[in-house]
Structures are given as structure tokens and as C-alpha cells.
Design a protein around this ligand. Structure first.
Ligand code: HEM
Length: 491
């Protein structure tokens, strides 16, 4: 930073004293992601809700005051993502999550209609079918002698199946074929992303390229990209050949390793979209489909895992969820869940919202400031990275009473006395760059919850005296897997 701007910034934004060259990096030396998160909390207590951090040459400002958060997230100027998102570019290229400027704006405009409720409504049939496969998988695990079940792992495969079918209109059958090349490639990429973001050895491109991890990434990317591309080419050809015979689930296009009835998948919508009257190229479509694949499965499976943890450790909440599901969907376990029925699951929705307050799937958001600006009297110079943490905000005592307790009723607008600040509760972010898939996510989570709880009572197997240790990586997870027992419900 140039000295004059630096001094102006330091006057308005407190920061721990930086060391030459290192800045404040030494404060985080040797800490794992969980430790780094606690350190940031400690610094907020010491320096206030908005404070600066120098990590080597890069300067960041952490915002923990909802008023400052509002200024950033609602702004139409502060939309550029921070450098960390570029680690995703290998897979997502310049898809909606990481694109910036004019490209992002135009893409957001054409993708928004793809999340209209009329498009989402038929997807519930997919969520229903895939969650019944999950129910079956859990039964198989039990009958094969697995006493304790890693529910998060089983759910992850289920959400991967659901997003693949909705995004591309094909099934990868991840739940019955967890060893498939595609599923393994998704796993490899997630592992690589976490390592690149949090391990200094892998952070810099030049040194990273020499590691075996870079080779594993390249191999996995080839698998992922080739798969998406193959589906795009096939679908384009089908449309040229004979129109949309497979739309709305009426057709039955089969492929060697993919096979499922097609609906109006996101891919079909993108194939019909135009920008400046020109259709999107295969690469344009691939980056958006891959973005849905990434953003649409890990997030929902993290939310679901914490949902089941919360209700398993709060039996009264589990009972109320089950009673509501039974009264809305009916006594017959074979009745399919529908869009209409899911909209009536009010108490389940409160539990999902409370889960996302305590355990937001995306624990940290980052923006890059391109021009000097002021945020509520604080001078932020161009080049600053901004960090906003939905996880930290959701656990602030000043914003939520008993923040570490699971209290779904706080979200009940009819009965609650608590007045919630919309910028304190931001699991789906907020403003122009909020989550485009939030309605999709709520429907999918509800469908999976409804089918699992209709069939099973879920118990947590583990130490409940302490909350699980969280790892605030790209997607929130726990240090150790959460293990559960499921018991068949008789009614
Ligand atoms: C519980 C589930 C989910 C949560 C908590 C969640 C959360 C978020 C958050 C916090 C952001 C903003 C990220 C940032 O600014 O860095 C975001 C963006 C996004 N989400 Fe979600 N998400 C969920 C599910 C989904 C699903 C199911 C899809 C797609 C089917 C999706 C697609 C996207 C896309 C494309 C963006 C980028 C939007 C843009 O920049 O214009 N998300 N999500």
C-alpha cells in the first residue's frame, strides 16, 4: 500500500501490529483450519468487529459487523471475488460462482430463469427417487453388519446423484457405484482444493505444478471435463436431430455408462439460451454445468449432515419433524413427496434454517476491492481482500441469543420474539451475488429429510458432551466423521 492510503486505512481499521515482510502471517503459523478460525475470533474480540490483516504482501479486512456486511453484500460495485476462488478455476473455468464483471452479469441474467419454481417443481421427482435410493443404501449398510453409519458419506453420494440428474439430465448412479471414475474424480478435486487453499506448500502455482497432487488434479479434471463435454455434445446432437423428445421425462435416452429419463435439465436450458443473440458454446455451457455440479452437491450434503446431527441430539425436534412429515405426506411410506407437500413442512424448514445458522455450508465469503472505497466511515484501499464469515456471524451472542444452542423456533416469524437481522443470517450470502440455488437446495434437503425420517429414527453415536470440532474449509465439515445409527420405524 502507498503510505498515505495505508495511514488513512490504519486510522479507521484497527489491525494487529504487522512484522516486516511476514505481516501478521506468523499469528497463523502451524495452525490447522480449525485453529485459524479460532484465531480470527480471538482477533475480532481484541480489535473489534472490523479489522485488518496482512498475510505477507496481501491485505485483508475481516467484517463481522452486520452493518458493514450489508454495505458490501448489497453493493453493486463490490462484486468481484477474492483470489482464493481462482483455485476452483481448474474445474469451473469461469462459471457463475467465480466469474466477474460483465461476464458474470450477463450469465446471471440468463441463468436466473433456470431456478424458476416451474423448472424446479419437476425436480422433486428426482429428489424423491434419489432419496429413496439413500434409504435403501442405509438399509444395505445395516444388513451388511455396519452398526455405525457414516451418514455424511452416504448423503454425499445421494446429493451427487441428484445434482447430476438435474444439471445434465443423466444419472451417474454414484450411490450404487461409488467407485466410478467420475465419483472418484469429484473426490480428488475436493481434496486438492482444500489442500491448495490451506497448505502453503500448494498455494503457489510454480511450486504446486511440480507436486504429485498437480498430476492427480490434471487426471481428475480430464475425467470431469470429458464427461460434461460428452453429455453436452450428445444433447446438442439430439436437439439437432429431432428436437426435445426427451424433455419432461417423456423420452428414455440411454448411454453406455449413463442412463436415466431426462427432464428439462439445466443443460437443456443453457443450450436454448443466447447472449447477444448468439448461442452459448460448449465451453460456456460446460463451465456453468460444472459450477452446478460443484456448488450443488457438497453444500447440500454438508447442511444435511449437520441437520441430522442436530435432530439426533435433540430428540424432541426429531419427533416433531417426524410427526409433521407423517401428517403432511401421510401414513403410507410409498407416497411420493411432491413440491406441494414439501412446501407444507414448516417445522422441518425451521430446523434447516437453524442448522444453517449454526453450520453454514459456506463458512467464509471473499471479495476483492478494485477501487478505493469507504464502508461506514472505514477507508478500504483498492487491492484489499474482504472476508465475511456466515459461521462467525451466526454464532455471535449479540445477534442470536444462546448462539450455540439449537433453537429452531427462533426462525418462526409467528411466535418468535427475536428480531433477526437479515445481514447477520447469511448462509446463502445476500444481495446480487447471493446463492442462485437456494430454493433448489431447500427442496432437495426437505425431500431427503422427509424420506429418511419416514423410514428411520436417527441416533447420534458419539460424544455429545462437546460439540463436533469444525473445519471451516471451502465447505464446512467436521474434523472427524459424524457417526449415526438408524432404526427402522414401524407404523
Ligand atoms: C445448503 C445449500 C447451499 C448453500 C448453503 C449455498 C450457499 C451459497 C453461498 C454462500 C454462495 C455465495 C458464495 C460467495 O459469495 O462466495 C452461493 C453461490 C452460489 N450457489 Fe449456492 N449454496 C447452496 C446450494 C446451491 C445449489 C444446490 C446450487 C445449484 C444447483 C447452488 C449454486 C450456486 C451458484 C451458481 C452460486 C454463484 C452465484 C453467483 O455468484 O452469482 N448453490 N451459494
Amino acid at each position: 500500500l502507498e503510505m498515505r492510503r495505508f495511514v488513512r486505512n490504519m486510522r479507521t481499521v484497527p489491525a494487529p501490529l504487522p512484522l516486516p515482510l511476514l505481516g501478521n502471517a506468523h499469528l497463523f503459523w502451524g495452525l490447522d483450519p480449525a485453529g485459524a478460525f479460532l484465531k480470527i475470533r480471538e482477533l475480532a474480540l481484541e480489535h473489534g468487529d472490523t479489522f485488518g490483516l496482512f498475510l505477507g504482501p496481501s491485505y485483508s479486512v475481516m467484517l463481522f459487523d452486520p452493518r458493514d456486511v450489508e454495505r458490501v453484500l448489497s453493493s453493486t460495485h463490490l462484486l468481484t471475488k477474492s483470489h482464493e476462488y481462482s483455485f476452483l478455476a481448474g474445474w469451473l473455468n469461469e462459471g457463475l460462482l467465480i466469474s466477474n464483471g460483465r461476464k458474470w452479469h450477463r450469465r446471471r441474467k440468463i441463468i436466473t430463469p433456470a431456478f424458476h419454481f416451474r423448472i424446479l417443481e419437476p425436480y422433486v421427482e428426482i429428489f424423491d427417487r434419489q432419496s429413496l435410493r439413500l434409504v435403501e443404501q442405509l438399509r444395505l449398510r445395516r444388513s451388511s453388519g455396519q452398526e455405525k453409519i457414516n451418514l455424511g458419506e452416504a448423503i454425499h453420494l445421494c446429493t451427487l446423484d441428484a445434482i447430476c440428474e438435474t444439471a445434465m439430465g443423466v444419472s451417474i448412479n454414484a450411490q450404487s457405484n461409488a467407485d466410478s471414475e467420475y465419483v472418484q474424480a469429484v473426490k480428488t478435486i475436493s481434496m486438492v482444493l482444500h489442500k491448495r487453499m490451506f497448505n502453503i506448500l500448494y498455494r503457489f502455482d510454480l511450486t504446486y505444478m511440480l507436486t504429485p497432487l498437480a498430476r492427480a488434479e490434471k487426471k481428475a479434471l480430464d475425467v470431469l471435463h470429458q464427461f460434461t463435454e460428452k453429455i453436452i455434445v450428445q444433447r446438442r446432437e439430439e436437439i439437432i436431430r429431432g428436437g426435445n423428445e426427451n424433455e419432461n421425462g417423456t423420452g428414455n435416452s440411454e448411454d453406455a455408462d449413463v442412463g436415466a429419463k431426462r427432464k428439462m435439465a439445466f443443460l437443456d436450458i443453457l443450450l436454448q439460451s443466447t447472449i447477444d443473440e448468439r448461442p452459448l458454446s460448449n465451453l460456456d455451457i460446460r463451465e456453468e454445468v460444472d459450477t452446478f455440479m460443484f456448488e450443488g452437491h457438497d453444500t447440500t450434503s454438508s447442511a444435511l449432515m449437520f441437520f441430522f446431527y442436530n435432530i439426533a441430539t435433540h430428540p424432541e425436534a426429531q419427533r416433531k419433524c417426524f410427526e409433521e412429515i407423517r401428517s403432511v405426506v401421510g401414513q403410507d411410506k410409498a407416497t411420493p413427496v411432491t413440491y406441494e407437500l414439501l412446501n407444507h413442512l414448516h417445522y422441518v424448514e425451521l430446523c434447516i434454517k437453524e442448522t444453517l445458522r449454526m453450520y453454514p455450508s459456506v463458512p467464509l465469503l471473499g471479495r476483492k476491492v478494485l477501487e478505493d472505497c469507504e464502508i461506514n466511515g472505514k477507508f478500504i484501499p483498492a487491492g484489499t481482500n474482504i472476508g465475511i464469515s456466515p459461521l462467525y456471524l451466526g454464532r455471535r451472542e449479540e445477534l442470536f441469543s444462546e448462539p450455540n444452542s439449537f433453537k429452531p423456533e427462533r426462525f418462526d416469524v409467528v411466535t418468535t420474539a427475536e428480531k433477526l437481522n437479515p445481514y447477520a443470517y447469511i448462509p446463502f450470502s445476500a444481495g446480487p451475488r447471493n446463492c442462485i440455488g437456494q430454493k433448489f437446495a431447500m427442496l432437495e434437503i426437505k425431500a431427503i429429510v422427509a424420506n429418511v425420517l419416514r423410514h428411520y429414527e436417527v441416533d447420534f453415536v458419539g460424544d455429545t458432551s462437546e460439540p463436533p470440532v469444525l473445519i471451516a474449509e471451502l465447505i464446512l465439515r467436521t474434523k472427524d466423521p459424524l457417526m449415526f445409527k438408524v432404526r427402522e420405524r414401524d407404523y
